[in-house]
Design a protein around this ligand. Structure first.
Ligand SMILES: O=P(O)(O)O[C@@H]1C[C@H](O)[C@@H](CO)O1
Ligand SMILES: O=c1cc[nH]c(=O)[nH]1
Length: 339
């Protein structure tokens, strides 16, 4: 494994996913209720055994689009006469698409929603005997000192009080799980940003809150008990502590993947600079184009991985254009770290 000491993930040596729950293997079957799947009702190894990348984002539409984009990018062909199916459509909760080794899943809004999904997806990886999966969250966020359209790769996740841990109440007691993301993966993603992109791609600390309005210091919710000066003092102070963006899932995403020994990254696009305002004012078409930006970066990573593994041809659809010589060098060096 190519991780620095402080980045060690707690995984099994063969790369299989760590469940940390002795009850599961004693159960006759495990119903993954919110995915409309089960270990008794479905052959999960047959259906999901080849998964390498699990990509998540808030909305079903974004993740359906991501599935079509990655399908085109890696030149994946569906059997003649078939279309992409939402595997979890009858859960009426999350949407899930599978494109070869890539799963694309919507996680809804906020920590409780992404947390439930992660429990079931981590169990799905375990039942399907998937080894060394890589998880991505492809999201939107508010920038802190970054204008709308900036791509932000999270180095770590912190809560609204800048704590780098996900706290939850279990049997009436508060427990904390470190909200660690894979730093090397973040660097590899950053190295794949194209200097010719008409927007910046930056890395930094991501704040994750339990609310979009008061929790993110907005003045425009249904309730507000603080002044604009209070808000600005808070945002300036978190900015000074290295926070570059605010969203609502990274804390649980980082903590639960880390706890399961899964390599994970969060890539979000800013919809506005919170030091300037609260309302999302950009027109729909602009927002739609901005949301493609994290998608492009993650697609680039997946393509490169598959190319390294010889699972993607270099010609035609599968080709990867590396324009900048500096970037090419970085990518070459970093490619040595792919497992
Ligand atoms: O992945 P998305 O774009 O849903 O992430 C952010 C955080 C909340 O889920 C939502 C708030 O608008 O957007
Ligand atoms: O400001 C924002 C924008 C998107 N998502 C958030 O959580 N906050």
């Amino acid at each position: 494994m190519s991780f620095d000491n402080d980045e060690l993930r707690d995984e099994y040596p063969d790369g299989s996913v760590r469940l940390r729950n002795p009850n599961i293997e004693l159960m006759d079957q495990d119903i993954l209720y919110h995915l409309a799947l089960g270990s008794g009702s479905h052959d999960l190894v047959e259906m999901f055994g080849d998964v390498k990348f699990v990509c998540m984002g808030g909305t079903p539409k974004r993740m359906e689009q991501f599935a079509y984009t990655i399908m085109a990018e890696i030149g994946h062909k569906l059997p003649c006469g078939t279309t992409l199916q939402d595997i979890s459509q009858f859960s009426y909760r999350y949407s899930m698409y599978k494109v070869g080794p890539v799963l694309s899943i919507s996680h809804g809004m906020g920590i409780p929603s992404v947390g439930i999904l992660l429990h079931e997806i981590i169990k799905l990886m375990y039942h399907a005997k998937v080894r060394d999966p890589v998880f991505f969250r492809i999201g939107t966020c508010g920038g802190i000192g970054y204008e709308g359209g900036t791509v932000i790769i999270s180095e770590e996740a912190v809560d609204g009080a800048l704590k780098n841990a996900y706290e939850l109440t279990v049997l009436g007691k508060n427990i904390q799980r470190p909200a660690k993301l894979d730093k090397r993966l973040a660097r590899e993603l950053k190295a794949l940003a194209d200097p010719e992109d008409p927007y910046d791609t930056v890395t930094g600390k991501t704040m994750c809150t339990y609310d979009f309005y008061e929790g993110q210091g907005r003045l425009d919710g249904a309730f507000c008990d603080f002044t604009e000066a209070d808000k600005m003092e808070y945002l300036e102070s978190i900015h000074k502590s290295g926070v570059v963006n605010i969203e609502m899932e990274s804390l649980a995403f980082a903590a639960l993947t880390h706890h399961a020994g899964i390599k994970a990254a969060v890539v979000c696009v800013t919809l506005l600079d919170r030091l300037i305002g609260d309302q999302v004012l950009a027109p729909k078409e602009v927002l739609d184009e901005w949301q493609q930006r994290p998608t492009k970066l993650v697609c680039r990573y997946i393509k490169r991985y598959l190319q390294m593994k010889g699972r993607l041809s270099l010609d035609g659809h599968g080709s990867i254009a590396v324009k900048s010589p500096r970037r090419f060098k970085l990518v070459q060096q970093e490619s040595e770290t792919y497992d």
